[in-house]
Design a protein. Structure first.
Length: 217
């Protein structure tokens, strides 16, 4: 699949924001690398393009190190899960790609889940996140235990839905990306803040694009 003019503009805008923020408020150099890789990965994901996983590998490795520096332990565990799910995601999306039209050779066909099922998923997420936050606050020196737990639990479920190509994953990513903006503001890392603000915008873009992909299937 070839990126259209708007897609390229959106991607370049994201790259520029990352570079400008890094120059204005310098952070660890890997913050910039992780941000650039992450922006590329999520835009490809919003396109339903399987290449998202290849850029995702680099973003996961760099972001894991940044979480280690900030002692976001749940975030480290989350990225270990991401790494494994990226491998399975390539396999799962390749199966969906083969069912797609020949003229969309790298594009998947997403699917929806019923609203009651999505509501049950959200309720379960809230319970698990509360328990995880309590465990982190009691047994670790995590600097933001409940925020770390909530973002991790929601992200894990959203990642599973991403691998399964379920459109509602974008709602979960939008929620968790807003939380990540707050978490990295507190941590004082401008590059990560810029990345997640951009990811919020991409979630809206992904919701629209995946709806179109379903409609055109």
């Amino acid at each position: 699949m070839k990126l259209k003019a708007f897609d390229w503009s959106f991607l370049i805008a994201g790259w520029l924001v990352q570079v400008v923020v890094f120059l204005i408020a310098p952070a660890h150099p890997l913050s910039l690398v992780s941000g650039l890789l992450g922006i590329t990965s999520v835009i490809l994901c919003s396109q339903g393009n399987i290449l998202t996983f290849f850029f995702g590998f680099g973003q996961i490795l760099t972001y894991t190190y940044l979480c280690w520096l900030e002692r976001f332990y749940a975030g480290i565990a989350m990225n270990a899960f991401y790494f494994v799910s990226q491998i399975y995601g390539i396999y799962a999306w390749r199966r969906l790609v083969r069912r797609a039209d020949d003229n969309r050779s790298q594009v998947i066909t997403p699917r929806n889940i019923p609203l009651p099922v999505f509501a049950v998923i959200i309720a379960a997420l809230a319970a698990v996140a509360a328990l995880s936050g309590w465990l982190l606050s009691r047994y670790t020196d995590d600097t933001q235990p409940y925020m770390d737990a909530l973002t991790t639990v929601v992200s894990v479920v959203a990642q599973v839905m991403l691998v399964m190509a379920i459109r509602q994953q974008w709602w979960l990513w939008l929620f968790v990306d807003v939380l990540f903006v707050a978490m990295w503001i507190i941590a004082g890392n401008g590059c990560m803040v810029a990345q997640y603000i951009f990811w919020c915008a991409n979630c809206v873009y992904g919701l629209i694009r995946w709806r179109n992909l379903i409609s055109n299937a």
